[in-house]
Design a protein around this ligand. Structure first.
Ligand code: PMV
Length: 329
């Protein structure tokens, strides 16, 4: 890993969110923040979090979009980072994303991936990608995947993610993000998945079933079979939501536009257009499609739902320092 010096001696790290095709939802061990289900993610290009880190202050501090953050959310992350990377350093991090944060667009995945890498660079350490992925996992398990580019897996109970295929493996693949509501969500994914684990009668079935979905999705990826991958992606997010709807109290992230987009994808698929939707802990809808169909899909959304903003992405690079070209395994 090279060293990046930005203005003021900060080390700037860049990371893009990891969108789960097969979802992680529920913790195997909440202290270690290991997932109960295996997940398959795509690191997205174009949307990113940039985090500039300096060291040498007395306390750790994190500022997101100019707002100082409550440190308690970050204490386990910094404690684990110092232990795992054998450093005494304290960090000051300033972070900014070019997409709405905490709105179900996986900003915690890019946020903690960039933070882990930025802190290591600021402390002049050169940990392996796997070590960085472990550190990022403590902040947000999906961030373990965002250290790597392309297609990634985070096994149930795993300490770190692995790269299955790089970002060049499936050049035709596109991911369209439909932002229905950019406001911050009311319930974090952390709280939502814990509520599902503790109260949903369907949670066990979700965990037991997750292995089959993961295996089928990895096969579909190897075969670059969009129909097979899209079918599993739908099962995964809808089964995950089944645990939310059946929690006490129930958790409903969906907005009317989310349902309209789900219906639109169904309609387009009937017409032969590739559009396989997935959702996370928020109302936004992400759609898997191919380069030939992306224009059609986006224009249908814009025509029918002018208030919905679309972002077209594709598999992208893993977390890297601003001074480096897209890297990350
Ligand atoms: O990593 P967290 O705590 O932000 O949770 C991520 C949960 C989902 O986005 C819903 C699924 C996933 O695997 O990314």
């Amino acid at each position: 890993m090279g060293t990046s010096y930005t203005e003021g001696g900060a080390h700037e790290a860049v990371a893009s969110p990891s969108l789960a095709i097969v979802k992680y939802w529920g913790k195997q061990d909440s202290r270690q923040n290991t997932p109960a289900t295996p997940s398959l993610g795509i690191t997205l290009s174009g949307i990113e979090t940039r985090t500039a880190v300096t060291r040498g202050r007395e306390r750790d501090a994190v500022v997101v979009d100019d707002t100082p953050q409550e440190l308690s959310r970050y204490v386990p992350f910094f404690t684990y980072l110092r232990e795992r990377l054998c450093t005494e350093a304290r960090f000051h991090a300033e972070s900014r994303s070019n997409f709405p944060a905490a709105a179900g667009l996986a900003s915690s995945s890019s946020g903690f991936a960039a933070l882990a890498l930025g802190c290591a660079a600021a402390a002049e350490l050169e940990p392996s990608r796997e070590q960085l992925s472990e550190v990022a996992r403590i902040g947000s398990a999906s961030a373990a995947r965002a250290l790597f580019g392309g297609f990634t897996a985070l096994e149930a109970g795993a300490a770190h993610a692995v790269q299955l295929r790089d970002e060049h493996f499936w050049p035709e693949l596109r991911i369209v993000i439909a932002v229905t509501q950019p406001e911050t969500k009311e319930t974090s994914s952390r709280d939502g998945m814990e509520r599902a684990r503790l109260t949903s009668p369907y949670y066990r079935a979700w965990v037991n079933d997750s292995r089959l979905l993961f295996t089928t999705a990895t096969e579909a990826l190897e075969e670059r079979d969009i129909e097979k991958l899209g079918t599993v992606a739908r099962m995964s997010y809808l089964r995950m939501f089944a645990t939310m709807f059946s929690s006490t109290p129930p958790l409903i992230y969906w907005q009317p536009e989310s349902v309209s987009l789900i219906r639109l994808c169904e309609e387009l698929r009937r017409e032969g257009v590739t559009a396989w939707e997935t959702m996370d802990a928020g109302p936004q809808v992400k759609m898997l499609t191919l380069d030939n169909d992306v224009e059609h899909l986006v224009s249908e959304i814009e025509e029918r739902m002018p208030q919905v903003k679309t972002i077209v992405t594709r598999p992208g690079a893993g977390a890297h320092l601003a001074s480096e070209a897209g890297a990350g395994g």
